[in-house]
Structure formats: structure tokens, C-alpha cells
Design a protein around this ligand. Structure first.
Ligand SMILES: [Fe+2]
Length: 212
């Protein structure tokens, strides 16, 4: 594994949260396979809106519930890559996550072993094996990137057992080594102008409540 400087960690921070978030009722179920489900924003703990408003932030109305089945993994991916002219780079956008279930499950961050890999995606974006989805020509639907472990090197891993902010523009995956399921409520943070929050901005915004 790469050496990783936790003092300049731009991937993950735990957040001191003043109450225990109620688990969405949709998470009260177990499946054999991994899943992503949509959570209605009105169905989450009503105290959350008040808490987030003190930071002058909004959040995307589409909330996601990520289910990592027992003894399973969610694949390595970037939630959003940035398209700058015709080039793609991994972004640094931030989500606030709440996780229930396994106390030992982790999120892992990765870098491609081939630094030119993202460039190759756009050269070969019609090849389904490159797994750049959805259609890269659709400006309104930012592309996601999925990679295999054999294309990447892990640079950081953290047990996710309390609220935290995560850089989801960089390549990441989940790992659940337990016999119990892992459910994550994932909140895409937005500034008042509707744009996403970069991780360095999130470090400033949450500086008084960052735990470690
Ligand atoms: Fe993600």
C-alpha cells in the first residue's frame, strides 16, 4: 500500500454529530446481493435539516442507500469525474454518509496503477469493457467510472462506523467482512448555489465538528 499522510488526508474525516440519526425504514431489510436504492428526502430524520442548515448548505434531494451484503464489496468507482474540455479527471466532491450494520466494514480509496487510464477511457469509450458509464457525450449526466481491483492500488482504508465526510470523486469502494449487512445513507452536499462541495471546502465548512 502507498504511504498515506493522514495530516493531509483529503479523502475522509469523521464528523461529531449531535444526535444518533434514525435509520431510514427502507434499511430494515436484508438482501443476498449488493444494492443501491433511492431514499425519499422527506423520510430521513427530521433533525438533519436543522443540523445541516447551520453550515449554510443544502443537499441533493436524491438520497442514496447503499447496501453492501455480508462478506461482500461494492466495486471501485468514482461518483463523478470532471469533464474539462475533452479531458476527464477525478473530482473531489464530498458526501456525508451515515452507516449502520457491520462495525468493521470499511471504505477503501484507490488510484489507478496506470496513470493514463482515464485518458484511455475517453479514447476507447465505446468499448464496454472500459466501463465508463453512462454515455460520455451526455453533458447532463456526469460519467461514473468503474474499475477492477487489478487496475488499482489501494491508498487508504477506514472503518466506517460513525458519521463522516467522504471524497467520492476519487476512486473508492466498500468492504464488508462481517456476517451482518451494511447500509449507508449517502447525502450529496450542495452549496446554496446548487454546486457540489469539494473536499477542501468541506474541511473548512466542518472545521469545528471534524473529529479525526
Ligand atoms: Fe460512491
Amino acid at each position: 500500500m502507498n504511504t498515506f499522510n493522514t495530516n493531509t488526508n483529503t479523502l475522509h474525516r469523521y464528523i461529531k454529530f449531535p444526535f444518533e440519526m434514525e435509520m431510514p425504514k427502507e434499511f430494515d431489510q436484508q438482501f443476498d446481493d449488493n444494492k443501491v436504492i433511492e431514499i425519499k428526502s422527506g423520510s430521513i430524520d427530521s433533525r438533519f435539516d436543522q443540523w445541516i442548515s447551520q453550515f449554510d448548505l443544502n443537499y441533493a434531494t436524491l438520497l442514496e442507500g447503499f447496501y453492501t451484503a455480508p462478506l461482500n464489496k461494492l466495486p471501485i468507482h468514482s461518483d463523478i469525474v470532471t469533464k474539462n474540455t475533452s479531458r476527464f479527471t477525478f473530482s473531489n466532491i464530498t458526501k456525508l454518509n451515515f452507516t449502520w450494520g457491520s462495525d468493521h466494514s470499511t471504505t477503501r480509496w484507490w488510484i489507478p496503477t496506470d496513470p493514463q487510464l482515464v485518458e484511455k477511457f475517453q479514447q476507447d469509450s465505446k468499448n464496454p469493457n472500459m466501463q465508463l458509464t453512462p454515455n460520455v457525450t451526455d453533458e447532463n449526466d456526469p460519467p461514473h467510472v468503474f474499475l477492477d481491483e487489478n487496475q488499482c492500488e489501494m491508498i487508504f482504508e477506514k472503518v466506517i462506523n460513525r458519521p463522516s465526510i467522504l471524497n467520492v470523486g476519487q476512486l473508492h469502494s466498500t468492504y464488508n467482512p462481517a456476517n451482518t449487512p451494511r447500509w449507508t445513507l449517502s447525502v450529496m452536499l450542495l452549496k446554496k448555489d446548487g454546486t457540489c462541495v469539494n473536499f477542501d471546502e468541506a474541511l473548512q465548512i466542518f472545521k469545528d465538528v471534524i473529529d479525526e
